[in-house]
Design a protein around this ligand. Structure first.
Ligand code: SP5
Ligand code: ZN
Length: 342
């Protein structure tokens, strides 16, 4: 399988993640990509190719243009306000306050557009987030021109990013942007299968009222886990999208036997939908050693489910999402891809 990547993703070098009341070194770090790329070369998965620029139009097909401007300018605005640390939201529109106007003040804007405070914006964030989208779209181009599966080694990840919100380490929703681009390029139906440990709240929201993009997610139940306020099984879509959103919420500590039974159910639903393209939001934070996950998958399990995904026999685009056990992230992510190729 070919991998697509772009070094501009490494321009995001945030030094601060708000966790447990402290600023820690971010879990979503540049080394994650290095480990995956090293493992791809080690096992000879296939070439790693560069990404081509796709511009802002495909991003604006999914995200609010004012939000895109915000991501572009937030760091400069923050610096202009005299702040010396990284840009972190500290105040939010909440129940019974207003969210019908965007504040002009940078603190107000940060809270307006942030869905979580753990994710800081810094000097390289805009460039890296755009590169991550270019990677996804270049990998999509490859799937569409050859029919072969491809891997977009995206970073930062995307599935928490909504129409006009960032957070959960995500800025632009790479999978949603690729799904929309595939639709515009002629795919009738696209399925997004999100296997990250966390619910893909952004992807769900973007396609919630649509039946042309099926969103299926396996994740830790949000009553126990981030993103906390979305991702329950009774969220099934709205209007034309009713029935086209499927949340498989699993308890903390879920092991592979339980997880893979849900995956089989999820894949059977995808098969009935008969999509022209499957996009896999590939988070490997389901690993037993993940520092923020609680699931119990071991490295061989990733190979096994990669093989099962190939059984769908659909054009497939893998896009990297989460996974924070840096020492094993290359093994686990590449095991899925190699299992698929077997
Ligand atoms: C893409 C992705 O996987 N984003 C995940 C963002 C999670 N951010 C919040 C993490 C909070 C972790 N709390 C874990 C407590 C463990 N003791
Ligand atoms: Zn995750």
């Amino acid at each position: 399988m070919l991998t697509f990547h772009d070094h501009r993703t490494q321009n995001r070098r945030s030094t601060s993640e708000l966790a447990g009341g402290e600023l820690i070194a971010p879990l979503e770090c540049p080394e994650r990509v290095d480990m995956i790329a090293d493992r791809i070369r080690e096992v000879g998965l296939g070439d790693i190719r560069g990404a081509t620029m796709h511009g802002l139009e495909p991003i604006a097909a999914v995200h609010d243009p004012a939000y895109i401007d915000f991501i572009e300018n937030a760091w400069a605005d923050w610096r202009a306000a005299g702040y010396t640390g990284e840009a972190i939201a500290t105040v939010w529109p909440t129940r019974r306050t207003r969210s019908d106007f965007v504040p002009q003040n940078i603190d107000g804007k940060l809270g307006y557009y942030a869905l979580a405070a753990e994710t800081a914006i810094e000097a390289g964030t805009w460039e890296a987030a755009r590169a991550s989208v270019d990677i996804a779209l270049t990998a999509l181009d490859h799937v569409q021109t050859t029919g072969e599966a491809a891997f977009g080694l995206c970073r930062p990840p995307g599935h928490h990013a909504a129409f006009d919100q960032y957070g959960g380490y995500c800025f632009f929703n790479n999978a949603a942007i690729a799904a929309q681009a595939a639709r515009e390029a002629g795919a009738s139906r696209v399925a997004i299968l999100d296997v990250d440990y966390h619910h893909g709240n952004g992807t769900q929201q973007i396609f919630y009222d649509r039946d042309d993009v099926l969103f299926v997610s396996l994740h830790c139940d949000p009553v126990h886990e981030f993103p906390h306020y979305l991702g329950r099984p009774d969220e099934r879509g709205a209007g034309a999208g009713e029935g086209y959103n499927r949340n498989h919420a699993l308890p903390p500590g879920t092991d592979y036997t339980t997880w893979v039974a849900e995956l089989e159910a999820a894949m059977s639903g995808i098969d009935d939908y008969d999509p022209d393209l499957v996009i896999v939001s590939l988070g490997v934070d389901t690993f037993e050693g993940d520092p923020i996950g609680s699931f119990k998958l071991v490295s061989d399990d990733f190979t096994d489910y990669g093989r099962r995904l190939a059984g769908m026999k659909r054009p497939t685009l893998f896009l990297m999402e989460g996974g924070y056990a840096v020492a094993e992230i290359g093994i686990n992510a590449v095991n899925v891809l190699a299992g698929f190729d077997r």
